[in-house]
Design a protein around this ligand. Sequence first.
Ligand SMILES: [Zn+2]
Ligand SMILES: [Zn+2]
Length: 444
Amino acid sequence: MALLTKAARGTGDVLPSVSYKNRFIESTMLEIGNNFGFKEIRTPVFEHTELFNRSVGETTDVVQKEMYTFEDNGGRSITLKPEGTAGAVRAFLEHGLFNEPMPMKLAYVTPCYRYEKPQAGRLREFHQFGVECFGAAAPAADAEVIALGKHIFDFFGIDDLRLEINSIGCPGCRKNYQAALREYFNSNIDDLCETCKGRLDRNPMRILDCKSPVCSGIAGNAPKILDYICDDCQAHFDSVKKYLDAMGIEYTVNPTIVRGLDYYTRTVFEFVTGSIGAQSTVCGGGRYDGLVEQLGGPSVPACGFAVGLERFMMLLEARGIELPAENPTDLYIASMNDEANIKAAELASQVRQEGVACLFDTVGRSLKAQMKFANKMGVLYTAVLGTDEIANGVVNVKCMADGTEVPVALEDFAVNFINMSINKAVDDFNVGDVDVSSVLGGLL
Ligand SMILES: [Zn+2]
Ligand SMILES: [Zn+2]
């Protein structure tokens, strides 16, 4: 029975007491992205397995150990997306978006799936906010993408993040580096894990982000990519730094950042925090100039990043950052009998059409129990309908915050209720020193 009442390992529910925070975070990130010209794209949760093998890379941990891959009933190999970029690139190609004005800037919020050992902030089903900027090869694009990440963290008031940047060069300058890595790791080959032994010939850079403690210990002393990058890549990296300086964005160069996916070229970066356990990456990204072509498209440069939303929320909590509370229910219309409850349904329907959040009794509770429920829900106003109120065409609306009551006509109830609540808000404001009516003037 436990299988029926327990979520699968590494997955979690977002309950109503929390989900408004997710909604606020996701829509805020998309909105800030929009300020930078990034428009939302939605791509499927699953894709052909081949897409991830080809883009993320056959020798990465993600493809070798972590993907949720299965054969569907039509015999196709399908994989739940382990990251967001590949699907965005696939959509970019499928719909010929490269024919539209460049740069093409895309943003998304998506679930992702990786079979990893679950730990705090790292689930098997997790969520990412990500952006991809296609068709911009200049260093300004790398810097702008980084700046977007920075703006997002600044907006939420997160002030303990460190931006670390690196360049991992282009395929040209990487050849020399890979040769140096092969030589280095060959001298330690007996200590490497089995996976890394297999990587040595095919892709020695992936040994640098192996999660085995022995491998990462050996990787710590490996040659550094920055000593091997070509003049063009060096000039690109220097220019990115100039743009960051101009935008007042602080960074440190960390030559050990290589990111765990094969498609990166040149700039890679991470926003790192110490607030949620050991050094933890909240946002990672970089440039991937070869990926679109690698997936069968034209040569289109690109860069982007992804923020892990679960880790981002842990970070908000760790920093004590409060998000705006969810909008409360405006009005609860209680009823003293069945006839009054039908009237309550009618009035609720009217005010809801005007955008007022309104509840009435759908349980068949006593009046006392209805009021208790309204209190628990934290509603702003209550009204009690009975035979007298219906006969007189007026109901008293009570402000739950201060207990004041105002009679409101049932005829045109929605308009009357809204006017009453606006007047009350203005009156409450005028108790202070500022006269809001002089500010709002003719609006009221
Ligand atoms: Zn290069
Ligand atoms: Zn290893």
